[in-house]
Design a protein around this ligand. Structure first.
Ligand code: NDP
Length: 360
């Protein structure tokens, strides 16, 4: 198995490059000296990135438009000559209305890129990293309510639950579990032929400052939109996403890149990426205290989380990222209050004065 420890001249393919997490990964890779090849469904993402987040690195950024990631051979050209692949593209859109709308792109997109890699990437390919989720791990229907989840756990109930009674978050979780299953099944089937390391990163609910901004805050991704709504004065507390385990986007990006740079250690591994529990109530409480001049929803202060350290709550499920802490050599990741402060400061820099909830 090859190694990708020296960035120069190495091409890293990142799918869904204009997404919240992927654009962070892409920027860090470019800052480290790699050549980044990003994919998106439309050409417009290319101009958006090289005039924005990747502006200083236009000479080392390549873009490939892949209109339909589920089509066989969709990534045949994009994978050529790459040293690593980070596959993040998958539907994260809670307005979708069917299980298939989540599962097909998640599963077929994963299989499509793996098959392209197998045949067309070339012998220099050293690692493939897939962005999974805690939603592929947590199975609240089958596990006891105090279960301490680890990388050994799987969400095996979500798909049948979503098919019986559709809700977008449950269907999303089912799609992440099905896609990651497809990944490991592929590895088992093709092990002798596939000479590269394969890893999965399983983040909780991701917050932290974006690097690639949509045209307005209403178009923020599913996990930053609730922070914007709280910060900008919505009087409705956003619903909690899943079990509200949290993680900062910068730590998530670092974990993906660590897997790329440590193919021997990361091979065959999945890594929970969480740092405790923080529902939207925690964001509201923190932002109300930090910005007393803003009108910020009150809800039930302190409800559902540990205000002193944002750790998991006793008597509830926990998902401690021991493996990831050890891999990255840290005791804890970025705390929730810092993640939220950095997020809203980034909003304010990008859209100054757009949040109109200053008290008179
Ligand atoms: P974004 O919505 O910002 O990005 C999602 C990306 O996936 C977009 O770049 C989009 O590409 C692509 N995509 C979405 N639907 C499709 C589709 N049907 N076909 C092809 N590409 C598609 O989300 P995030 O950055 O938050 O998520 C990125 C990854 O991280 C996903 O795999 C998600 O499941 C995972 N994840 C996210 C968490 C979070 O809290 N945000 C937590 C755990 C996992 P395009 O530019 O072409 O539209």
């Amino acid at each position: 198995m090859g190694s990708t420890t020296s960035p120069s001249d190495k091409i890293i393919l990142v799918t869904g490059i204009n997404g919240y997490i992927a654009s962070h990964i892409g920027l860090i890779l470019l800052q480290k000296g790699y050549i980044v090849r990003g994919t998106s469904r439309s050409e417009s993402a290319h101009a958006h990135l090289i005039s924005g987040a990747f502006k200083s690195f236009a000479d080392r950024y390549q873009h490939a438009v892949v209109p339909d990631i589920t089509a066989p051979g969709a990534f045949d050209d994009a994978v050529r000559s790459v040293h690593a692949i980070i596959h993040t593209a998958s539907p994260v859109d809670f307005t979708l209305t069917s299980v298939e709308a989540f599962i097909r792109p998640a599963v077929d997109g994963t299989l499509s890129i793996l098959n392209s890699a197998l045949v067309h990437a070339g012998p220099q390919l050293a690692s493939v990293v897939v962005t999974s989720s805690v939603a592929a791990v947590v199975d609240k229907w089958r596990q006891p309510p105090t279960h301490a989840y680890s990388e050994a756990d799987w969400n095996t109930s979500g798909e049948s639950v979503a098919r019986e009674t559709f809700t977008a978050p449950v269907a999303y979780g089912a799609s992440k579990a099905a896609a990651e299953r497809a990944l490991w099944d592929f590895v088992a089937t093709h092990e002798p032929a596939q000479r590269w390391s394969v890893s999965a990163v399983n983040p909780g609910v991701v917050t932290g400052p974006p690097v690639s901004f949509p045209e307005n805050p209403e178009k923020l991704n599913e996990t930053l939109a609730p922070i914007w709504r709280v910060y900008s004065g919505s009087q409705e507390m956003p619903p909690q996403i899943g079990g509200a385990s949290y993680i900062d986007v910068r730590d998530v990006a670092d974990m993906h890149i660590w897997c790329v740079e440590h193919p021997d250690q990361a091979n065959g591994q999945r890594y929970l990426m969480t740092n405790g529990k923080a529902p939207p109530q925690a964001a509201a409480d923190f932002l109300r205290e930090k910005f007393p001049d803003r009108d910020i929803v009150e809800g039930t202060p302190g409800l559902g989380y540990r205000k002193d350290d944002y750790w998991f709550v006793e008597g509830e499920p926990s998902l401690v990222a021991n493996k990831a802490y050890k891999a990255l050599g840290v005791e804890r990741f970025i705390r929730y209050d810092k993640s939220i402060l950095d997020t809203v400061e980034a909003f304010e820099r990008r859209w100054p004065g757009y949040a109109k909830n200053l008290k008179r």
